[in-house]
Design a protein around this ligand. Structure first.
Ligand code: CUA
Length: 434
């Protein structure tokens, strides 16, 4: 009705919204009516000519009293029924629900599937299938809240709680911790990814990357991640500066930070720089240049990267195989240009989504929402219109015309990686994001 709670992602969301809307509407009507009558009486019975009005003596009115007793009672019973009815839905997972174990800890969410697959910060589920989350916490109270599914439950150490939902559409949705659990509580987020059934089955069966990584020695694991997590885009291995510092001889390096203080690149400094890149930025590098890898790298991954850095001491030349561009020509057949552009945008190998939102929120780069056709001031003060030519130039030569207020953080890696057709498709996609 009112749409106050946003998109409805689960099959019981409409019931929750209905109960919420009914209570909201009744409350608004009652507030307006009561305050209105109160103001009206206050005005007409105000003291006039220095004389008070004498209140007439009223003995009572049985008809009125019956009406204002019976009618609100019926409304209350109705509201209670609405709440009870949707509560039963929320608390009764179907017997065939797929179970996923959820562990809350300061300050991340871990998910474990029946086949042993584990993720952190990302809950992947199939569309149209009931999913039951069996939840517990390692340390303190947390609460798992999926607004789009209209469900949340406390997550408690030493006890199991559960919640369930059946997603009705695919997409990426936000998960929050809604129990204040310490100083990083507000960052205790996760992403819910609802996939088509077949795609989910493929994803669930594919633990090849995790297995491969687990079998490697730490420094080789770090080397793999250097490529697969796109560190390579901004950090060279041969001493050439890119957006970020080169990793050559980086371990143990000392230098100055942007604020003038000094740093030493030991294990803790590197760990912090991966998880909170903005905390201690080295002088001469863009402050907002690097996105946080919180939730994307496990502790073992970070140890691996540090061990890999330790091998880059300049005594031997280290080569890595370039990341293979993931081309899936077959799957783009029959898609419109805008759909192909969307697929390119979401392709993790292209990393657009790392720095550009589609909902207007500011990340490292400008949001794509409402971008097309906008007039922007660039760093030298001239004005540009965001049209096809400007977008193409900005993708191929990101530092050519940087809009005021943004860091030169975008890597020049797309020329040769994205074809003219790809760029045109991405432009079409941007046009749809009004
Ligand atoms: Cu966990 Cu708040």
């Amino acid at each position: 009705m009112l749409g106050l709670l946003g998109q409805q992602g689960s099959d019981f969301a409409h019931k929750v919204d209905y109960a919420h809307d009914v209570v909201t509407i009744i409350s608004v009507i009652c507030t307006v009516a009561i305050v209105g009558v109160m103001l009206y009486f206050a005005v007409i019975y105000r003291q006039r000519d220095g004389k008070d009005h004498e209140t007439p003596r009223i003995e009572g009115n049985n008809t009125l009293e019956i009406i204002w007793t019976v009618f609100p009672t019926l409304v209350c019973i109705w509201v209670a029924w609405l709440g009870y009815d949707s509560f039963i839905d929320l608390r009764t997972p179907p017997a065939n629900a797929m179970e996923i174990n959820v562990t809350g800890r300061k300050w991340a969410w871990d998910f474990t599937y029946k086949n042993g697959k584990k993720t952190t910060g990302e809950l992947v589920v199939p569309v149209d299938e009931p999913v039951k989350l069996v939840m517990t916490a390692k340390d303190v109270l947390h609460s798992f809240f999926v607004p789009v599914m209209r469900t949340k439950a406390d997550v408690i150490p030493g006890r199991y709680t559960y919640e369930w939902f059946r997603p009705v559409q695919t997409g990426d949705f936000q998960v929050f911790c809604t129990e204040y659990c310490g100083n990083e509580h507000s960052k205790m987020l996760a992403r819910l990814k609802v996939l088509p059934k077949a795609e989910f089955e493929r994803w669930l069966a594919d633990d090849s990357e995790a297995r491969k990584l687990a079998s490697l020695k730490p420094s080789d694991r770090g080397k793999e991640l250097y490529v697969s997590k796109q560190c390579v885009t901004c950090h060279s291995l041969d001493g050439t500066p890119r957006v970020g510092p080169s990793w050559l001889k980086i371990f143990g390096k000392e230098g100055k930070l942007a604020d003038g203080s000094t740093y030493k690149a030991d294990e803790n400094y590197i760990r912090e720089s991966i998880l909170q890149p903005q905390a201690k930025v080295v002088q001469g590098f863009p402050a907002m240049g690097m996105p946080s890898y919180q939730g994307q790298l496990s502790d073992d991954d970070i140890t691996g990267i540090i061990e890999f850095m330790k091998t880059l001491d300049g005594t031997q030349k280290v080569e890595v195989a370039p990341a293979l561009p993931k081309k899936s020509a077959a799957s783009t057949v029959g898609m419109t240009p805008a759909e192909r552009g969307k697929a390119l945008f979401n392709d993790s190998g292209n990393m657009c989504a790392t720095c550009h939102s589609i909902d207007g929120s500011a990340l490292v780069g400008p949001s794509f929402k409402g971008l097309y056709g906008r007039k922007e001031k660039i760093a030298d003060g001239t004005e540009v219109t965001v049209d096809d030519a400007y977008i193409k130039e900005s993708i191929y030569k990101p530092t050519a015309k940087i809009v005021q207020g943004y860091a030169p953080a975008m890597p020049a890696m797309y020329e040769g990686k994205l074809s003219d057709q790809d760029v045109a498709d991405i432009t079409e996609y941007i046009k749809t994001l009004k």
